[in-house]
Design a protein around this ligand. Structure first.
Ligand SMILES: Cc1ncc(COP(=O)(O)O)c(C=O)c1O
Length: 355
């Protein structure tokens, strides 16, 4: 099966030797990583992340991957400010499931090629208090779209005017193949309302399970207490391994290597789409990240079942909407399959669309 479904890095992206060496050095250098410790994460990593985001290290909470951080954030916010949770439509499917489990009322906000539509946000905010906005402004999962700088400023103005907390989820921002990075919402807003979240899953390895939050001070304290009550302290071994990688200057070169591997895949997918589907479908052309979004002239669930029978899988668009829309769209991950698999997988999809 050729997988355009897995939002995971290709196996070659994971440098096992480097990580094994960093893990050994981390334990040898600080046996404290084998003990219980602070619920907010490994001190040196918190300090490094704090400096990177211009916040006190106490405001950085290192979680077991970004998704667990999302659960903690959503639980805290929904307890403090019950109400609607505003999300992009489409958005990452796992948070949709988590919010449904937590009993939240999810309100989808329209997007276009430039990302979240600020007018849709403004209209929704006029309707009364919301709990928080969840947004993935850069190389969004699933659409691959990036919120323009102008819209970022507008979103920040709107949330400031309404005192709306925001969770800016940004695991893909550093995985940029070309173009200039826009400022984060967190930077633009100053970190009073916007909590920034990211992860080393896409830039080092998902298996390290190291994500982080830069949150307002009072919320960070509550997130840390929630972490402690869930698992006492997080696994310092993997957090210290990531810190060792950073401290020895290997993070940037490793990221460049990963970006080289993934850019080749992104280009292979864009080339194959242009070759095979020009005039039959439309798609996003992301400057980074793992995904692109394709609008097809048919029902994507039906296409998926025919594609799986022919050896290709992807995720149908409707999985990323809370209201069942997206029937004519698909998320294609280019991060996992090899460039030649990408070419033949797109050919298969094109022949099914022609049939
Ligand atoms: C937007 C987004 N947020 C969070 C995550 C979770 O990442 P992790 O828990 O591996 O850090 C993902 C993973 O695909 C994602 O796409």
């Amino acid at each position: 099966m050729i997988s355009f479904a897995r939002g995971a890095p290709a196996p070659e992206c994971l440098d096992a030797e480097l990580l094994a060496d960093c893990a050994r050095a981390a334990v040898a250098g600080d046996a404290g990583v084998l003990a219980y410790g602070s619920g907010g994460g490994y001190g040196p990593l918190r300090a490094w992340l704090g400096a990177r985001h211009g916040v006190d290290p106490g405001r950085v909470i290192v979680t077991n991957g970004g998704l667990q951080g999302f659960v903690f954030y959503a639980e805290e916010l929904l307890a403090e400010r019950p109400g609607r949770v505003l999300v992009e439509a489409p958005t990452y499917d796992r948070p949709l499931k988590i919010l449904a489990r937590l009993g939240a009322e999810v309100v989808p906000l329209a997007m276009d090629g430039e990302g979240l539509d600020p007018d849709a946000l403004e209209r929704e905010l006029a309707g009364g208090q919301a709990s928080f906005l969840y947004t993935i402004p850069t190389f969004q999962n699933p659409s691959g779209r990036t919120l323009s700088t102008e819209r970022r400023r507008r979103v920040v103005e709107l949330v400031a005017a309404h005192g709306l907390p925001v969770l800016e989820d940004d695991p893909y921002g550093l995985v940029r193949y070309e173009g200039e990075p826009p400022p984060s919402l967190h930077e633009l807003e100053g970190g009073e309302l916007v909590t920034y979240a990211s992860s080393f899953s896409k830039t080092v390895a998902p298996g390290v399970r190291v994500g982080w939050f830069a949150a307002p001070a009072e919320l960070a304290a509550r997130l840390e207490a929630r972490a402690v009550s869930n698992y006492i302290s997080p696994p310092f071994l993997t957090q210290a391994t990531v810190f060792e990688l950073i401290d020895r200057g290997a993070f940037e070169p490793n990221l460049e290597r990963i970006k080289g591997l993934l850019k080749t895949r992104r280009d292979a997918m864009l080339d194959a789409l242009a070759r095979e589907l020009d005039g039959r479908a439309t798609w996003s052309e992301p400057e980074g990240g793992y995904f692109l979004w394709v609008d097809v002239p048919t029902d994507a669930a039906d296409l998926l079942s025919r594609a799986e029978a022919a050896g290709v899988t992807f995720v149908k668009g409707s999985d990323f909407f809370s209201d069942g829309s997206g029937a004519g769209s698909a998320r294609l991950a280019f991060s996992y399959a090899s460039p030649s698999e990408i070419g033949s997988g797109v050919s298969t999809l094109a022949s099914l669309l022609r049939a």
